[in-house]
Write a protein that binds this ligand. Structure first.
Ligand SMILES: Cc1cc2nc3c(=O)[nH]c(=O)nc-3n(C[C@H](O)[C@H](O)[C@H](O)COP(=O)(O)OP(=O)(O)OC[C@H]3O[C@@H](n4cnc5c(N)ncnc54)[C@H](O)[C@@H]3O)c2cc1C
Length: 456
């Protein structure tokens, strides 16, 4: 008899798990409480889906157990992910190491995943709500849902986090994990905007500028990033802000003081920027100070920096003292934003926190608390930075969980069972991964070497 694998959650990790488990010969059922699977995938990468990244290193992930994320990724690395999607039909587009489908459509990633699950005979129960998970009559699990009882030998929890709940990940997966004996590191919004104190943000709203952001917690520098900063009427947004936001969320939750220091001229050393300001003030000395930044900085930003430095916009530029220029420089290179909160889960791309990874085996994704239970994706206490890392973690953990839940173990690709692979014509044929000439080498050749990060 086929091994029965139930998967709660038909998102990125659940679909990857379903494909791998079905390929390994299991009878797979996905229980999804939304009216369709993979809703979140559609909004990824601004609708283009940054599905992975060629630079995959431990500093791209955060978890209470630092080594956990990369152990999972190494079990199903980027090369194998590209191969997995290549077989499904995705031609990768490489933007400085950031990988997208060549179609530039996130929907095509979902389409190929759905098509493969259907081809493999995966049963998908939509708008199906889990009421309770019980011990099965002969081991395994009895999943009680509003559409009846689903009996499985193994169960994969792939229900995501609390981020972007409109896409289905409403945190109910955490409750299911708790009901099965797991504990959580408190989930908080991450890859999210920072809300800051001060009335000047209304004036700054809409400005986009290259900047470096340095986050301090109780006065200690904790994280920094550089990229396009977006100023909003309540504070700070943009990729560099997202990258440091999880530290802000955690620290604020712990009652700590969070400040973001912004360098609006990151290309310039402070001393060079000082001489630049001094020179400009002297050359256009007859002009009012409010024109000092014209051609150098966004006009609205220049006006706010002048105000914060206590300089009247009407004062003649040539009359600015060295002390005043230094004050202005302070605002330009080290503008202080007092971070009051982060935006809620609805605005977050991911969560930091989740099921404690010490309770999960990273080579199989099996729970150390409950036999035959597996966890995959964002439900775990793992968050990646922007750039394809969160999806890569979902693919890797999903594949490992699917493979193990089906009883295929954590064997390498060469040892895997025969799989059915669809060809372009729609015809299908049985063949073994082991027998296939590796495309990994091909991908390696095409890979761009590690480069400076370029955000999606
Ligand atoms: C706007 C946005 C853009 C993003 N862009 C990128 C990007 O470009 N690159 C990247 O790497 N990452 C990106 N991410 C993050 C990435 O999408 C997630 O990390 C990833 O989808 C997590 O996969 P998952 O399977 O764990 O969870 P999800 O994809 O959230 O799937 C969980 C599924 O479980 C279902 N579910 C939840 N609870 C239950 C329950 N109790 N019963 C049944 N079903 C349930 C949900 O409906 C959902 O279908 C983005 C996120 C957002 C919000």
């Amino acid at each position: 008899m086929k091994r029965r694998v139930g998967i709660i959650g038909g998102g990125a990790s659940g679909l990857a798990a379903a494909i791998e488990a079905a390929r390994a010969g299991a009878q797979v059922t996905i229980i999804e409480h939304m009216d369709r699977v993979g809703k979140k995938i559609l909004s990824t990468g601004n609708g283009r889906c940054n599905l992975t990244n060629l630079r995959m290193e431990s500093d791209c992930f955060r978890s209470s157990q630092k080594s956990f994320p990369m152990k999972v990724i190494e079990g199903f690395p980027v090369e194998e992910t590209l191969e997995f999607f290549g077989i499904l039909g995705i031609v990768p587009k490489n933007r400085n190491g950031y990988i997208y489908p060549n179609s530039d459509q996130a929907s095509s990633v979902l389409d190929v995943l759905r098509s493969e699950t259907s081809h493999l005979g995966v049963e998908v129960l939509l708008s199906c709500h889990v009421k309770e998970i019980r011990e099965g009559d002969h081991g395994g699990f009895a999943i009680l849902t509003d559409q009846g009882r689903v009996d499985t030998d193994a169960l994969i929890l792939a229900a995501g986090s609390k981020a972007a709940p409109a896409t289905g990940s409403d945190g109910s997966g955490y409750e299911l994990a708790k009901s099965l004996g797991h504990t959580l590191i408190k989930p908080l919004p991450a890859l999210v905007q920072l809300r800051c104190q001060g009335s000047m943000y209304k004036q700054l709203a809409g400005i986009r500028t290259d900047a470096r952001i340095c986050l301090t917690i109780d006065g200690k520098k904790t994280a920094e990033d550089r990229g396009e900063l977006q100023l909003t009427d309540y504070g700070l947004s943009g990729i560099p802000v997202f990258q440091v936001s999880r530290f802000a969320a955690r620290a604020l939750d712990e009652g700590k003081k969070v400040r973001a220091y912004i360098d609006f001229m990151p290309e310039w050393e402070a001393k060079d920027a000082f001489y630049l300001l001094r020179k400009r003030a002297d050359v256009v000395g007859y002009k009012p100070a409010e024109e000092l930044f014209t051609g150098m900085l966004n006009k609205k930003l220049g006006a706010v920096l002048l105000k914060l430095a206590g300089i009247s916009p009407e004062k003649k530029a040539g009359e600015l003292s060295g002390k005043q220029i230094a004050k202005l420089l302070g605002q330009l290179k080290e503008y202080e934003a007092i971070v009051m909160s982060v935006n809620p889960f609805a605005n977050a791309q991911v969560c930091c926190g989740g099921v404690d990874t010490r309770q999960v085996d990273p080579s199989t994704m099996e729970s150390k608390i409950r036999k035959d239970l597996y966890l995959a994706g964002e439900i775990l206490d793992v968050d990646g930075i922007c750039g394809g890392y969160n999806l890569q973690f979902a693919w890797s953990s999903g594949v490992l969980a699917g493979r193990s839940a089906a009883g295929a173990g954590s064997s390498g690709p060469g040892e895997r069972q025969a799989v059915r692979v669809s060809h372009g014509s729609g015809a299908s044929a049985s063949r073994s991964f082991a027998a296939r000439p590796s495309r990994t080498e091909e991908h390696k050749k095409r890979s761009i070497p590690k480069e400076k990060r370029n955000h999606r």
